[in-house]
Design a protein around this ligand. Sequence first.
Ligand SMILES: NC(=O)c1ccc[n+]([C@@H]2O[C@H](COP(=O)([O-])OP(=O)(O)OC[C@H]3O[C@@H](n4cnc5c(N)ncnc54)[C@H](OP(=O)(O)O)[C@@H]3O)[C@@H](O)[C@H]2O)c1
Length: 243
Amino acid sequence: MSASLSRLEAGGALDDGALTDLYRADGPVLRVNFVTSVDGAVELDGFSEGLSGAPDKRVFGLLRMLCDGLLVGAGTLRHEGYRAVRLSAERRAWRRAHGLAEYPTLVVVSAALDLNPGQAAFADAPVRPIVITHGRAPADRRAALSGVAEVLAVGDEAVDLAEAVARLRERGLTHLLCEGGPHLFGSLAAADLVDEVCLTVSPLVTGPGAGRITAGPASPPKGMALRHVLESEGSLFLRYARK
Ligand SMILES: NC(=O)c1ccc[n+]([C@@H]2O[C@H](COP(=O)([O-])OP(=O)(O)OC[C@H]3O[C@@H](n4cnc5c(N)ncnc54)[C@H](OP(=O)(O)O)[C@@H]3O)[C@@H](O)[C@H]2O)c1
């Protein structure tokens, strides 16, 4: 990767090894990763792509390399047209050398199960994805998805996210990376399941209209501790952790 990042207070470009050390987690973690504009937009023209750039993509890919499970809300999977998780040969080798499966497992959270089994995220997945839903999810959709994913009903009438995270950890998916979207982040925060927030602030003011990185029912504020600040091409890369 060519995008150069440096630690704000120390300066100097970080190579992949140093960047990996800055983002490695000790033990089980549920980490959320988002990109936002300076004025807090979650999307530009409907997508996160317009807020991102090469340095953000570098961190995005690195965070994927580090996780066991890649957690995403059905809205983001559908809207952003998620494809199968792919990692470079180097990153797969790094994972093997560090005792991880070659690829992270995609974990999709959905109540309605309005998901297309033919979407590449499912159809081309290198590891059978997991879909987390609840006991009242439509049986026909559940059956259609079970050809391409393991469908887990967790909770009777709504998804019980705490139980879902516990079930994923029991399977060895202890490092979870959530790539959004806002509703999933909001409900994870409401359930007090968020251990870390990695946030890219892009040097853009996009104006009113877009939502924030969080949505859904209100939850009490929680203090977070700043772990690091990186900079590249005017973007900031913030890593916050649970106090
Ligand atoms: N800036 C960024 O870094 C970033 C990252 C991700 C997404 N985005 C943007 O965010 C927008 C999408 O927002 P969104 O809020 O719709 O995304 P989302 O949270 O991924 O999707 C919401 C949907 O996910 C499922 N879901 C989420 N939480 C759930 C829960 N607790 N229980 C059961 N199901 C749950 C539901 O799916 P069902 O409808 O199937 O029940 C729900 O309708 C897009 O514009 C996307 O580009 C931006």
